[in-house]
Write a protein that binds this ligand. Sequence first.
Ligand code: ZN
Length: 340
Amino acid sequence: MKKLLISTVLALGALAFYLALAQRGEEARMAQPLAGAARDPGGPVDLRVLLDDVRTLSSDAFEGRATGTPGSRKAQAYLQARFRAIGLLPFGRDYAQAFAFSTHSVGNIFVPGRPFRGDYPDAANIVGYLRGSAAPDTFLVVSAHYDHLGIVDGKLYPGADDNASGVAALLAIASYFTAHPPRHSVLFAAFDGEELGLRGARAFMAAPPVPRAQLAANLNLDMLAHNDSNEIVVAGSHLWPALKAPLEQAAGRSAVRVLTGHDRPVLAAGLVERWDDSSDHAVFNEAGIPFLYFGVADHPDYHAPSDTIEHINPAFFGRVANLLVDVAALMERDLDRVAR
Ligand SMILES: [Zn+2]
């Protein structure tokens, strides 16, 4: 009995030691960016338009864009107008794809004034696309959630970085593709209900506007604009190695430090947090669709009323948006090769 106890303790100790080593190795690996350019190469993104989109979506009038609120409907109207101006096509009569859901929060039982059950009868994803010239039945899906936390206990959560920034970059990518028509189709999805549990992405995948088999890859954008170290993180290339080539090519000519990680199993990465399910790309990953997810490391303004446009890094965000246009263009070009 004593022997068994000793060998169990030894085995657990060895495992803990191994995991700590793996974690240190992974952290050291993640600190090394993909090779990038020394100087900012610039790019096609209009920084003024990019920042205008963030400023508008995170302004007080949009009330933090919580699902089902007047601020959310304002954001939907704004995005529909932007989709139309850019020249995206709707799948149906318009870009809005309505869905409904309910949430149940055990935690809220203990908070006065917060309901256990939340009903959201009029949520909506805003979805448009550009038709590919050579392979219109194969789609690259560019996604970013537009919802945020809204007004909580009288405080407005503007969500400039989370995720007005991702939506603004999605619009910049859409503008790029209208000027440089793609060979494959490109679908743009501004998802609702992400903050309530990836609800918009799940509704989209439950009833996609085209057969699911035509969704070849996903580029998901969530928090792109707030980092003081010129660093953006990308997850997905370890799980989907075919996406490494376009990623490395784009990173190689960007002046942003592109860090890969948060997508390796515990035996390779120890307890480094996994981001596979941190945003809407999780729904694509679960459906067997290759994804790249771009986002900054957490910062003090994350899910705080201080996530304002004043706290983002405009020059950094511009570089990231240009990097993402490049990534999207290369994913689209290579779509047949990167698709499962
Ligand atoms: Zn987010």
